[in-house]
Structures are given as structure tokens and as C-alpha cells.
Design a protein. Structure first.
Length: 278
């Protein structure tokens, strides 16, 4: 057990390590959740390879897309393409970023098993990681938002709208993590977790990522109509261009909630299956 792992196991087992002393600690879901999430948050700066690409890739494609397509979008559809594409860039930044890969390493190294023999609440083992993910994805959304502001995007809803924009993006990023976590807990295989990013492409691109829904035709228009991402992007765009639109924001929240019911349920079922094996 590494020096960074020992304090967490001790905290979750109700013991303090040091000088051979055993000291009882009050148990509870909140303390378990805090212990797991604190460890996960501390690990984030130690894994820059998982964070830096999540900033560079969306920023690169955002600048590339508006440089290549702004004039075409203005002429063909009258779009302010900088504003239209900013939600897509933020979604790129927050989707698929999770501690699922770290969870797989814990499973393969036996650390997850050691946690499972402590009195820790099993739900805290998953939700603690998700708390860290929420912190991370909201932190990732802010630089991309600042990039948009720096190149001339203006929010019709002002500073409050920017805060809601970041919050909605963060909540979406959080519910999406249910997919990689369910794969991590079910398989314990890092290759399977890495391949889960493939699911991001149909969810994001079979939608209004690059054109409004009325400009889509045929099967793509039909798929976009039932894709939850269409409504999430519409909610984010409304904060920039329309103002406070309860209908668009409400539809976005419903889409996030429906998608989250599926992904979080899958991750909880996978957690239940894995902890039952212990």
C-alpha cells in the first residue's frame, strides 16, 4: 500500500495509523464521501496527461472551426458562428473526462478490494470519484468559456448566464461519466475504458453541433431530434444569444436528467455487481 493510500484506508476503516494506536472514528456516508473525493481531487494535478488534452483539443477545434466556417455560416444561415460553436467546444472539454482510468488501476492493483473490506459505504466509492469529476469538468469549462469571451462572444444573459452555462456543462459532464465508470467497474480493463470515448462521437456529432436543426436533412435530422445533446446545446446557446429562455433551459435539463438516469443507473449496477464479488 502506498503512502497516499494508507491514510484513506485508515480513515474509512475507522482507524488512525501511527505509533501502533487504534483510534475509533465516527462513521457515516458524508465522511466516507469526503475521504474518497478528497483523495480523487488530490490525484488530479498528478495526472496532467488526462487534463491537458481536454483543454487543448476543444480549444484547437473551436478556433479551427470558426476560422474555416464563420463566413460560410454567416452567409448561408446568418449565424454568429463564434457564439454558435462555443457550447460545442465546452461540451468537447467536459465530456468523457473522469477518474475511471484511475479506478481501473485501483481495481487491478487490489486497492479497490482493500477499500471494500473497510466499513465504507459502497455508494461513496463511486460518488466520491464523481465529486472530483464535477470539480474537474467545471474547471475545464471555464478556460474554454474565457477563450470564447476573448474572441468576441457576448452573453445575452450576462455574468449570471455564464455561471449557469458552466453549471449546465458541468452537470452534463458529470452524468456522462456514468458510462466510463460502468465499463470500468464491469470489466476492470483500461483498454475498455479508453474505448468508451468512441460513444462520445455519435452522441455529439449526430446532432446540431455544426448546423441548426432546420438545416439538417434526412436521417440526420431525425436522429438529432431524439438526441439529448441537441437540447443541451440549444440550452447553452440560448444563454448566449437569446437570453433567459425557460423552455430551452428546461428541455436541456430534462435531456440531462434522462441521459443521467441511464448512465448513473448503469454505473450503480456495475458497482453493485463488483462489490458483491468481494
Amino acid at each position: 500500500m502506498s503512502s497516499s493510500e494508507a491514510p484513506l484506508v485508515a480513515a474509512l476503516s475507522g482507524q488512525e495509523l501511527g505509533h501502533g494506536a487504534v483510534v475509533a472514528r465516527p462513521a457515516g456516508f458524508a465522511s466516507d464521501l469526503l475521504a474518497v473525493s478528497r483523495r480523487a481531487i488530490r490525484q488530479i494535478p498528478r495526472d496532467p496527461a488526462a487534463v491537458i488534452p481536454a483543454l487543448i483539443v476543444p480549444a484547437f477545434f473551436y478556433v479551427l472551426n470558426i476560422g474555416a466556417l464563420s463566413k460560410i455560416a454567416k452567409i448561408a444561415a446568418g449565424l454568429n458562428f463564434k457564439a454558435f460553436e462555443l457550447p460545442v467546444a465546452v461540451i468537447f472539454a467536459v465530456t468523457g473526462v473522469s477518474r475511471a482510468s484511475a479506478l481501473v488501476l485501483d481495481i487491478q492493483g487490489g486497492y479497490f478490494d482493500r477499500l471494500c473490506i473497510t466499513p465504507v459505504k459502497r455508494l461513496a466509492l463511486l460518488l466520491g470519484l464523481m465529486v472530483a469529476d464535477l470539480v474537474l469538468v467545471m474547471a475545464l469549462a471555464i478556460p474554454v468559456l474565457c477563450l470564447g469571451l476573448g474572441i468576441g462572444v457576448h452573453f445575452a444573459t450576462g455574468v449570471a448566464g455564464m455561471a449557469v452555462f458552466v453549471a449546465l456543462s458541468g452537470i452534463w459532464g458529470l452524468v456522462y461519466t456514468g458510462l466510463p465508470y460502468s465499463i470500468a467497474l464491469k470489466t476492470g480493463n483500461p483498454a475498455a475504458v479508453n474505448s468508451s470515448f468512441v460513444l462520445f462521437f455519435p452522441i455529439t456529432f449526430l446532432t446540431t453541433a455544426f448546423a441548426p436543426r432546420e438545416a439538417l436533412a434526412g436521417w440526420l435530422s431525425t436522429v438529432a431530434r431524439y438526441n439529448p445533446m441537441t437540447y443541451i446545446l440549444a440550452a447553452l446557446r440560448s444563454l448566449i444569444t437569446t437570453g433567459w429562455d425557460p423552455s430551452a433551459i428546461g428541455n436541456g435539463l430534462i435531456a440531462i436528467a434522462c441521459f443521467g438516469c441511464i448512465t448513473i443507473s448503469l454505473s450503480l449496477l456495475a458497482l453493485r455487481s463488483r462489490t458483491r464479488r468481494r
